[in-house]
Design a protein around this ligand. Structure first.
Ligand SMILES: Nc1ncnc2c1ncn2[C@@H]1O[C@H](COP(=O)(O)OP(=O)(O)O)[C@@H](O)[C@H]1O
Ligand SMILES: [Mg+2]
Length: 257
């Protein structure tokens, strides 16, 4: 499903400041896998996601998604198969458009005809029905502009929009970090639900090590552009935050215990 072979990404290549942000990463993930990614600030977590999504041209290696090599495919073409949610709730939605307009844009990604001006009656009913699944009361606010929503509601909607487009891969970069604890919990629960319900690969960066071990099926720890730990199954079940800190000398204040 997702195959990453010997991925390398440098910044400031060919200058005195040349710096290897991703240093030969190998990763193979099957459909349904939900990988949580931890690591100190600057470990290369976001760069890994940006390299997969095509934000940056890579300097070496090969990325294959669903049988197609995407290493050199432009970002907008990869976006058809890759859903993304970032930390900032303002980023994922068109804030001056209504909830149903936002959903329509996301949903139309799944169809070849692309963006359409109007929303059909059938789609309108479908969106309303789907949004009610979030249990946030948004189904009664479909014609309201997204800018009126709270950060948590907006992030839930962004996650939902990413999933409604039926991605093969869902990339979440600290998508609950800017939310209050209650909203973060809700969005994490939704993430669990979608990751299990859809047969996609989910990758979630988090600085909360407890969340990293309690959600998903597999946990990767990154350090200086490399994966230094990759656990699942029984090994993961026996892992604790305390053991992680001890074993990998994690000393970052931002990493939450
Ligand atoms: N666009 C960029 N240009 C130059 N350096 C970058 C860029 N993006 C990230 N870096 C550097 O690459 C390293 C990894 O960054 P990043 O992937 O954002 O880390 P993380 O998400 O794990 O905190 C850091 O040293 C960062 O400063
Ligand atoms: Mg980051």
């Amino acid at each position: 499903m997702l195959n990453i072979e010997n991925l390398t990404k440098k910044f400031y290549k060919g200058t005195v400041n040349e710096f290897t942000a991703i240093d030969g990463i190998n990763l193979h993930a099957a459909p349904g896998e939900f990988i949580t990614i931890i690591g100190s600030n600057g470990a290369g977590k976001s760069t890994l996601m940006n390299s997969i999504a095509g934000v940056y041209a890579i300097d070496g290696g090969k990325i294959t998604l669903d049988g197609t090599e995407i290493s050199r495919m432009p970002e907008h073409r990869r976006a058809r198969n890759i859903g993304r949610v970032f930390q900032d709730p303002l980023k994922g939605t068109a804030f001056d458009m209504t909830i149903e307009e936002n959903l329509s844009i996301a949903y139309n990604k799944t169809r070849s005809r692309g963006f359409q001006a109007g929303i059909s009656k059938a789609d309108r009913a479908l969106f309303k029905d789907k949004v009610s699944m979030l249990s946030m009361g948004l189904e009664d606010r479909m014609k309201e502009k997204v800018k009126l929503l709270s950060g948590g509601q907006r992030q839930a909607l962004t996650l939902f929009m990413a999933v409604i487009a039926k991605p093969v891969l869902l990339l979440l970069d600290e998508h609950t970090a800017a939310l209050d604890p209650a909203a973060a919990k809700k969005v994490l629960e939704m993430t669990d639900f979608f990751a299990e319900d859809e047969r996609m690969v989910t990758m979630m960066i988090t600085h909360n090590m407890k969340n990293a071990l309690e959600h998903g099926t597999r946990t990767i720890l990154m350090k200086e552009g490399k994966t230094v730990m990759d656990i699942r199954g029984a090994e993961r079940e026996n892992m604790t935050v305390e053991k992680l800190v001890e074993k990998f000398e994690i000393d970052n204040d931002r990493m939450l215990l």
